[in-house]
Design a protein around this ligand. Structure first.
Ligand code: ARG
Length: 248
């Protein structure tokens, strides 16, 4: 009888330890937090933004914990393969090429490229960027779009480690245009009212969809994120977050 009790206590103890460990699992999230309104750092260095609110809300519904880390865009996807991070939440466009090396959640935001130029620029459309210096963030879909027009190795493509840096270069005259995600360009213009920049849309730019990226094959985590996303889309939480950042 005694040994039975001891066995019972041991099994109970193991179950408690296992339970505590399961509850403590915190998924580590990489965001290049120089990308307002999707991700940036507030004055306390906390990573905040639309992506953070969406993923946090989805995670809460799925019963998982997430922790965000400002992580440079260059090399951000490699952190999944190495296991340093479990999720990339960084306004990442779902592309067929990226899908070969990582898995994506269901889409959570629609975007497209936008051209930023100075207010008095003669540039009217995307094709006018031929022969011009164009700023992009390295390795983004903006970079890819511009490569198609100017050629992969064109010296006229000026690559920056962040999109705000590319836009600063436009302000200081180092580039003639910047091609980047619409939401970030619009946000930059709104916060730099005196800068005299304007945006140009181009019908050749394809629709893009942002997804949360996980290590290829991490089906379990992906299912949880997707379940959470579906829940917040259905119960109005997503719409509320959307309105907070983008109005109606
Ligand atoms: N949507 C673009 C892409 O996936 C740009 C994303 C850049 N995100 C960032 N946080 N810097 O290539």
């Amino acid at each position: 009888m005694r040994s039975m009790n001891r066995l019972f206590a041991a099994v109970l103890g193991l179950a408690l330890v296992a339970g505590a460990q399961a509850a403590e699992k915190v998924y580590q999230v990489a965001s290049d937090a120089a990308y307002a309104p999707f991700e940036w750092q507030d004055k306390n260095q906390k990573v905040v933004g639309f992506d953070i609110d969406v993923l946090s809300a989805a995670a809460a519904k799925a019963g998982i914990k997430v922790q965000f880390h400002n992580t440079p865009w260059e090399g951000i996807f490699a952190t999944l393969a190495t296991g340093d991070r479990d999720i990339v939440a960084s306004a990442v466009t779902i592309t067929p090429e990226r899908k070969q090396t990582m898995d994506f959640s269901d889409p959570y935001f629609e975007a497209k490229q936008l051209i930023a130029v100075t207010a008095n620029s003669p540039i009217k459309r995307f094709a006018d960027l031929k022969g011009k210096k164009v700023g992009v963030q390295t390795g983004t879909t903006g970079d890819e779009v511009v490569q198609k027009l100017l050629g992969k190795t064109s010296p006229n493509i000026k690559r920056f480690e962040s999109t705000p840096l590319a836009l600063q270069e436009l302000l200081s005259g180092g580039v003639d245009a910047v091609v980047a995600d619409n939401g970030v360009v619009v946000n930059f213009l709104a916060n730099n009212k005196n800068a005299k920049l304007k945006t140009l849309d181009d019908p050749s730019f394809a629709k893009e969809h942002y997804g949360f990226a996980v290590k290829k094959g991490n089906k379990d985590l992906l299912a949880k994120i997707n379940k959470g996303l579906a829940t917040i889309k259905a119960d109005g939480t997503y719409d509320k977050i959307y309105r907070k950042y983008f109005g109606n």
